[in-house]
Design a protein. Sequence first.
Length: 210
Amino acid sequence: MKLILLGAPGAGKGTQAEIVCDKLKIPAISTGNIIRAAVKEGTEMGAKAKSYIDSGALVPDDVIIGIIKERLAQPDCENGFILDGVPRTVAQAEAIEQMGVEIDKVVDIEVPDEAILQRLSGRRVCSACGASYHTTFKPSHKPDLCDRCGGALIVRKDDEPSTVRERLKVYHDLTEPLIDFYRARGKLVEVKGQSEIAETTALLLKALEA
């Protein structure tokens, strides 16, 4: 199954992607992670991305789409994948279509802005492997240490309240139009984000079966 997860920053896309990919045995592909991997591996697109990152500029759509194309060509994507964090704009969605990538379903995880602010203030991310935790909803077994690799858990600047408000504004302006884009194509499935991760997962899996 080839899936895209949509939702505001902090809606739980990364957490749900991890759970669903384990259940369906398909890789979860996070834009940030694959850009970092491409830069580290020194691929052609990774080198291009690095030049923008080093200068403090945003990585342009054509480079992001190129990195995704490289990633989707790898053998573990043969049976499907979950895209998390891409597409961010209608232009990126159109570029993915032009690549010939057929998406089966697009899941929009709906969470109100006020709940997002509460969620992100407690979010922690592993500095080594990028795994996500939350002080209330998904705490690690050892405080401030990752269960997977033992790396230190950090608060990203992205999760500070002033940054979160700005990120929400950008999401509503740029990414929310994707909901109508995929609804028009008959691919959209909407899931109400719950306070309990397992409850959201149950709704999401039920939606995928529909």
